[in-house]
Design a protein. Sequence first.
Length: 322
Amino acid sequence: MAETPRARIAVLLSGTGTTMSALLFQSRLPQCPYEIVAVGSNDPTAFGLKVAAAEGIATFAHPHSGMAREDHEALMQASLHEHAPDYVALCGYMRILTPGFVDQWAGRMVNTHPSLLPKYKGLDTHQRAIDAGDSHGGCSVHIVTGELDDGPVLGQLAVPILPGEDEASLRRRVQMAEYQLYPHCLEELVSRPYRADWLLERVRAIALALPEAEERESHGAPAFHTGGKSGKFFAHFSETHHGSEHIAVLVKVSGQDELATLVEQFPKTWFKPAYYGASGWAGLILNRADTDWEHVAEWMHRSWAGVAPKRLAGLQRAAEQF
């Protein structure tokens, strides 16, 4: 199988860079699936910029004082794109981001928060946990959305609140947990596009959302069928099948001419699978950082429609008109 490329991470920070350093030093370990390619800040004096520069990482800074939020974000966005990151990690970046900024990194911007979300969004998380009589504080790593401290949680670590503990003590111990959790969750996130188990779950969700679709094993691998005794297969999940380097979903095409055209014009997306290719199946490659899942869904729907009974295909077309 081809070597998996390391994901490019840009970091935004406003302070000392301790959380960034946790990500950075993890990236220097063997087999870490990501690298830090740039560190940016809204404060040119942020100590974290000096730490990054000493480690040979590109840095940039744009002070926000006196600027409209959108204008400042446009500067930060332009600098980020200069370094072509795959993901953005917030590490104590003390700016509330607009939905317009976040949307450009949908699913690819992460943050850490010092509470067990959804508890205690916002500030003063440790004192709020103590005042509530909670047995544990903790931290969460989550995907950033347009809502403050919202978005899917990637991981959490609970930290016991000791008898008589004050806010400062709890904060220090939660920070230690964050330094362990954040690199782990970032590794897991950037590895997803290349993991067969995660890719299969995405394919499975798309397939089983189609009318009367069923999952059945075919030649020892997961596959999807239109259902019933007379049903037919419309997709096969292929994990490095017959020595291929690809993890893919195999879908039906109109014939050898279309298969050859797809492979020739889009060699990074399509391939002719061994065994299945001769019978009109095309391999849609999934283990890529830039997989377009809407495109995958469209082809799986087309493949389903090509073998579904007329009764089902007609009902689906009628439903799509509303």
